[in-house]
Design a protein around this ligand. Structure first.
Ligand SMILES: NC(=O)c1ccc[n+]([C@@H]2O[C@H](COP(=O)([O-])OP(=O)(O)OC[C@H]3O[C@@H](n4cnc5c(N)ncnc54)[C@H](OP(=O)(O)O)[C@@H]3O)[C@@H](O)[C@H]2O)c1
Length: 262
């Protein structure tokens, strides 16, 4: 299927590794030009080289910096000649006990996982609406639907974003102009983030890393972790010309882990 996004411009945040990189790869394979971002310029440039090899007909720009900072957002937004597709993403907040978190810990989580996506969306959706095409995907977490106790900062900040998006996506001046805004909720994808979390669980519980990984794998109905490639492929479809009738949705990609009927 031709996704109909060849020649479109996409800004993909936090994309040198993991899920963001999976999204950038899938968009580039479909012929979209991309601006990719991450804090470490070394790994970002390596990823950019890889994307250019995947499809020599697209343009790939890089903007290194923390996307939670205003100056990085400004550079990323201006590096993109026009933003047709926006993928918001950033590292997740650290795990812990809410009794230990300071006001600053909460502000950092809100900045990275709620206010940064909102600022990026604010800067791009009205011009998408003027051009009659726009796709925004926020990478959030399955924890929005099924909270994980040690990830309270993530549960809170991402739920705030989710509530805001539910209202925004339904504005007729956006939805009625072919601008869709959806959230993708990853369960367990085999990225550095998942490995680090599992290593943390192993250390704090005294179990070995391999057994923590194995028991977490066995709890997933598909009996495996997801891959960044399949996450990216799903994201690219949601960004496609064919996905204009879906907006304001929270889509779980979790191998069937969420136990509810709806
Ligand atoms: N993997 C999962 O199973 C899973 C499940 C639920 C939710 N999530 C969430 O999905 C998001 C992506 O996770 P992932 O698994 O892809 O993580 P990952 O493999 O650790 O990759 C994170 C990527 O984001 C970049 N990054 C991190 N913080 C950034 C910042 N402030 N500004 C710009 N770039 C930043 C990293 O590069 P630099 O370090 O160089 O900046 C890297 O490219 C996270 O918010 C995570 O909490 C993941």
């Amino acid at each position: 299927m031709d996704l109909g996004i060849s020649g479109r411009w996409a800004l993909v945040c936090a994309a040198s590794r993991g899920l963001g990189r999976g999204c950038a790869e899938a968009l580039v394979r479909e012929g979209a030009n991309v601006v990719i971002n991450a804090r470490s310029s070394e790994s970002l440039e390596k990823t950019a080289e890889h994307l250019r090899r995947l499809n020599q007909n697209v343009t790939v720009y890089t903007v290194a910096g923390d996307i939670a900072l205003e100056e990085t957002r400004h550079s990323a937004l201006t590096a993109c000649p026009q933003i047709d597709i926006l993928i918001t993403n950033a590292g997740g907040p650290p795990p812990g006990d809410f009794r230990d978190w300071s006001r600053q810990d909460w502000l950092d989580a809100l900045d990275a996982n709620m206010l940064t996506p909102i600022e990026l969306i604010k800067a791009s959706v009205d011009s998408m609406a003027e051009r009659g095409f726009g796709r925004v995907i926020n990478i959030t977490s399955a924890a929005v639907k099924a909270p994980i106790d040690i990830l309270g900062l993530s549960n809170g900040a991402r739920s705030g974003l989710t509530g805001f998006i539910a209202g925004l996506a339904r504005q007729p001046q956006l939805a009625g102009r072919n601008v869709t805004i959806n959230n993708l909720l990853p369960g367990s994808f085999d990225t550095d983030r998942l490995k680090n979390t599992q290593q943390g669980v192993a250390q704090s519980s005294g179990l070995n890393y391999e057994s923590v990984r194995e028991s977490s794998r066995q709890k997933i109905p598909t009996q495996r972790f997801g891959t960044a490639e399949e996450f990216g492929a799903f994201c690219a479809f949601l960004c496609s010309a064919h996905a204009g009738y879906m907006t304001g949705q929270n889509i779980l990609l979790d191998g069937g882990s969420y136990p509810g009927t709806y």
